[in-house]
Design a protein around this ligand. Structure first.
Ligand code: GCO
Length: 448
């Protein structure tokens, strides 16, 4: 199939300078009903009426547990040199925090070895949201103990797999784990509670820091963070709109980079949390800001921020503007990606390599015969890669880019209704069909 020339060109220009990969996550693709995997809070959340589109869950997903070799072949045949995947905590430790599931260990052994055989670099994430049910029942990320259990789980991973992992990040998107899940209630555990939000926003950062320290003790030297960034535009020039946009940036973005790289939280957010913050949280800031080897950015879209007197704590609402949108109704704005890459390099970690650990779009893709012409996705990748190219020219040390995602998969509260893959999945038959965007990547990466 003929691929889009301009996407192929920009991939070709960047390919000698950076790693290119694809990203996925355990609960979204593996199938949690296979291989003795335990229940996570996402299984419970999906069972609650009204939480997830048509009650979909990850029990089968892309059945990657059985089809991982096919999927790794797709990665290597496209020419990607890295694969960002996540370990499932309940798959490795389904019953207790110390009794390993031998089938889970065996699965990740085979998966990692199969990557290495294909010359694909394993970039691992330790937590991409599948919290074991037993921890969720004890308060999940509102409970300080969960951070400690996460450190113990990190130690187990390091013992079994650490020496084969090229790069590791403890937590995927701490904003989603905390604010999105405990204040807006969109993800498991589905709370809308200021106190739970303040606690989870701190304990997820503590979990990151404790996990980094465990991995350092094991001698690993390529450790980072994966932060999701959302660009923000005040609805108008008024002072109050500017101030609310700044507050949104504080909660969504700076909370995480300020704590990781400066050992502090933004004042304007702390003042909303008031005494809901865990007691003596300041004592944890040095652990949270333990040195890292790289920084990762997941980027998709922006919000337009408008003051809202009815919002009880933060006083704003997030709107969509009039830019072209993806099937998630997310506005397409590559300038936001350049903004965050430049800000990280300038204000936070001038000496660290930066990775775009996720970028991509949902599209209402459909098969015509055996082909899928996902032309909007081609343009999305192209415009965002051009943004990457531009900041590299200005000296921002971007070292890698991961497309989200290899496969259409379980898009959390949207179930299987939203398709982010460069490879189409028929969820009835598990047939994989590469889309036009897959072939454009393959063309761009050819001959590497
Ligand atoms: C995230 C997660 C992915 C999502 C993707 C699209 O960034 O939210 O890492 O699991 O599927 O972002 O929403």
């Amino acid at each position: 199939m003929e691929a889009n020339i301009s996407l192929t060109d920009v991939i070709r220009r960047l390919a000698p300078q950076i790693n290119f990969g694809v990203a996925t996550a355990s609960y979204q693709i593996e199938g949690s009903s296979f291989g003795g995997c335990g229940r996570s809070h996402w299984d419970d959340f999906a069972d609650e009426p009204g939480r997830v589109f048509e009650g979909h869950n990850g029990s089968i997903a892309c059945e990657h547990y059985h089809h991982y070799e096919t999927d790794l072949n797709l990665i290597s045949e496209a020419g990607f040199d890295a694969y960002r995947f996540s370990f499932s905590w309940p798959r490795l430790l389904p019953e207790t925090s110390s009794t390993l599931n031998p089938d889970g260990v065996d699965f990740y052994d085979r998966l990692i070895d199969a990557m290495l055989e294909r010359d694909i670099k394993p970039f691992a994430t330790l937590y991409h949201w599948d919290l074991p049910q037993r921890h969720a029942q004890k308060g999940g990320w509102q409970n300080r103990d969960t951070a400690k259990y996460f450190a113990d789980y990190t130690d187990i991973i390091m013992r079994h797999f650490g020496d084969r992992l090229v790069s590791i990040a403890p937590v995927n998107e701490p904003w989603c784990v905390s604010f999105l899940s405990h204040y807006w209630g969109h993800h498991a555990p589905g709370l809308m509670d200021l106190s739970a939000t303040a606690k989870s926003m701190h304990y997820i950062q503590l979990a990151h820091g404790l996990s980094i320290n465990v991995m350092r003790e094991h001698g690993h030297s390529n450790l980072g963070c994966v932060l999701n960034k959302e660009y923000f535009t005040p609805i108008d020039d008024s002072e109050v709109a500017q101030e609310k946009a700044h507050l949104f940036d504080g909660i969504y973005n700076r909370w995480f980079e300020d704590s990781l790289f400066k050992g502090q939280y933004p004042e304007e957010v702390l003042s909303v949390f008031g005494n809901e913050m865990p007691e003596n949280y300041q004592d944890d800031m040095s652990v949270i800001s333990s040195p890292l080897d790289w920084a990762g950015v997941n980027y998709y879209t922006r919000s337009v921020i408008a003051p809202d007197d009815k919002e009880p704590h933060f006083g704003f609402k997030c709107l969509r503007g009039d830019l072209p949108k993806t099937d998630m109704d997310w506005e397409i704005i590559p300038e936001g990606l350049s903004f965050f890459l430049r800000r990280l390099a300038k204000d936070y970690c001038p000496d660290l390599p930066i990775y775009i650990t996720e970028n991509g779009m949902a599209n209402a893709d459909y098969l015509v015969g055996e082909a899928i012409a996902d032309t909007s996705r081609l343009s999305y990748f192209e415009s965002h890669l051009r943004a990457v190219e531009e900041v590299i020219e200005d000296g921002v040390p971007v070292k890698g880019y991961f497309a989200w995602s290899l496969l259409d998969n379980y898009e959390w509260a949207f179930g299987y209704d939203k398709r982010f893959g460069i490879v189409h999945v028929d969820f009835d038959t598990q047939k994989r069909t590469p889309k036009q965007s897959y072939y454009a990547w393959q063309d761009g990466l050819r001959g590497r």
